[in-house]
Design a protein around this ligand. Structure first.
Ligand SMILES: [Zn+2]
Length: 343
C-alpha cells in the first residue's frame, strides 16, 4: 500500500511516499481504507518536527491522527462494525481500566495513546486501529467533513456535556476561526446555545459572520466586555471556551463570564501562564475546568448530533503525494478551516 513514511524528525521533506506493507487487524482492531485525513498542528506538524511532547515513536513511522474511511476487515472480538461501514476515527485511545476511565472521565486517562503518534497513523491507504475509537458516520456526512470533525467534534461535545450546557445558555468561544474553535462554536449552536464567537482578525470575523452565530466580536476592541454585557442582558456568558491560554486574552474572557460561569480549556495554543484573580472567581462562584480531549461516550453523542446537518469548513485538500506541501501550508497558518489529505 502507498503511505507517507518518516525516518527522522525534521522539516516537511522528511515525509517520503513509499510502498509499505499493509497492516493486519489484531484482536479488537479494524482495518480501515482511508479516504480523508486531517492535517493538524500538534499531532501532525508537531510530531513530524519533533516538537510533540507526547511523541514516543519508533522509526520508520506513519503520521496521521483523525481520519475517515471504510471498514475493510474486523479483527477478533469486534462487534458492531462490518466491512463497508463508512466511519470516522478519533486518535485518542484511552486505556479503559484506570480510575478516570472507569469513572467515564476517560479524557483524564494517564495511559492513553494516540493514533499517528504512538502507533502507525492514517497517511496511508490502509490503517488498523482499535475499534473503540471508530464510529459509523451519518449518511449525509462526507468523508471530508467526517475527517474535519473526527477529533474536535467529540472534544467540543465532551466540553459541553461536562459543564452541563442547556439550550439558551450563552457561550463565548475565543479564537473561533481556528479549526477547533469553529467546530466548538458549531457544536454549541447545534446544542441550542446562543453563541458569541471571537477573532482578532478582520477577515476571519467576516468569515465567521456568514456562519449564523449570535455575535462575532473582536477581543482587542476596548468595549468587548460591554458588548458581551449588552448581548447577555448584563448577565455575562454561562460558559467560555478558551483554548488559547493567552495572558492578554484571559482577563477579557474572565470579564465576560457571568455568575456561576465556567471557563473551559481544551488547548493552549499560545501556551503562556495567565493572570487569575481568585477574588472574582469566588465572589461570583465561577470555575475553570481543563478537559484534555473527549470521552468514548461523546463519540456516540457527537456523531448523532452531526447527522442533523452539522458542517464545518474545509479550506483545502491535498493528495497524499503532496503531503509535504500540505504540511507547509498548515505550518504557514494560511488556512481558515480544515486542511485534509485525500487518499
Ligand atoms: Zn485510562
Amino acid at each position: 500500500m502507498k503511505a507517507a513514511v518518516i525516518y527522522e524528525f525534521g522539516p516537511p521533506d522528511v515525509l517520503k511516499i513509499e510502498d509499505a506493507a499493509p497492516p493486519k487487524p489484531t484482536e479488537g482492531e479494524v482495518l480501515v481504507r482511508v479516504h480523508a485525513v486531517r492535517v493538524g498542528g500538534l499531532l501532525d506538524i508537531g510530531t513530524r518536527a519533533g516538537r510533540n511532547p507526547f511523541a514516543q515513536l519508533a522509526f520508520p513511522h506513519i503520521l496521521g491522527a483523525d481520519f475517515a474511511g471504510d471498514v475493510v476487515e474486523e479483527g477478533e472480538g469486534v462487534g458492531g462494525l462490518k466491512a463497508g461501514d463508512r466511519v470516522a476515527v478519533s486518535p485518542f485511545v484511552a486505556c479503559g481500566k484506570c480510575p478516570a476511565c472507569r469513572a467515564g472521565r476517560d479524557y483524564g486517562c494517564p495511559s492513553a495513546h494516540l493514533i499517528g503518534v504512538h502507533r502507525p497513523g492514517s497517511y496511508a491507504e490502509l490503517v488498523s486501529v482499535p475499534a473503540k475509537v471508530v464510529r459509523r458516520i451519518p449518511s449525509a456526512v462526507s468523508y471530508e467533513q467526517a475527517a474535519a470533525m473526527a477529533l474536535s467534534g467529540p472534544v467540543a461535545f465532551t466540553q459541553f456535556s461536562v459543564v452541563g450546557l442547556k439550550p439558551g445558555d450563552w457561550v463565548l468561544v475565543t479564537a473561533a476561526a481556528s479549526g477547533l474553535g469553529l467546530v466548538t462554536s458549531l457544536v454549541a449552536k447545534a446544542l441550542g446555545a446562543r453563541v458569541i464567537t471571537t477573532s482578532r482578525k478582520d477577515w476571519k470575523r467576516e468569515m465567521l459572520q456568514k456562519r449564523g452565530f449570535d455575535a462575532v466580536l473582536d477581543t482587542d476592541d476596548e468595549t468587548f466586555a460591554n458588548q458581551v454585557g449588552e448581548l447577555t442582558g448584563g448577565q455575562g456568558v454561562a460558559f467560555a471556551i478558551d483554548n488559547t491560554s493567552s495572558a492578554t486574552m484571559f482577563p477579557k474572557v474572565s470579564a465576560a463570564l457571568g455568575r456561576l460561569g465556567v471557563i473551559v480549556s481544551s488547548g493552549a495554543q499560545v501556551a503562556e501562564p495567565v493572570p487569575l484573580d481568585l477574588r472574582s472567581l469566588y465572589l461570583k462562584s465561577q470555575s475553570i475546568v481543563g478537559i484534555r480531549t473527549h470521552t468514548q461516550k461523546a463519540l456516540d453523542g457527537f456523531w448523532q448530533l452531526a447527522g442533523n446537518g452539522l458542517e464545518t469548513l474545509v479550506d483545502r485538500t491535498f493528495p497524499l503525494d503532496d503531503v509535504g506541501d500540505a504540511h507547509r501550508y498548515v505550518e504557514a497558518e494560511k488556512n481558515f478551516g480544515r486542511v485534509l489529505l485525500k487518499i
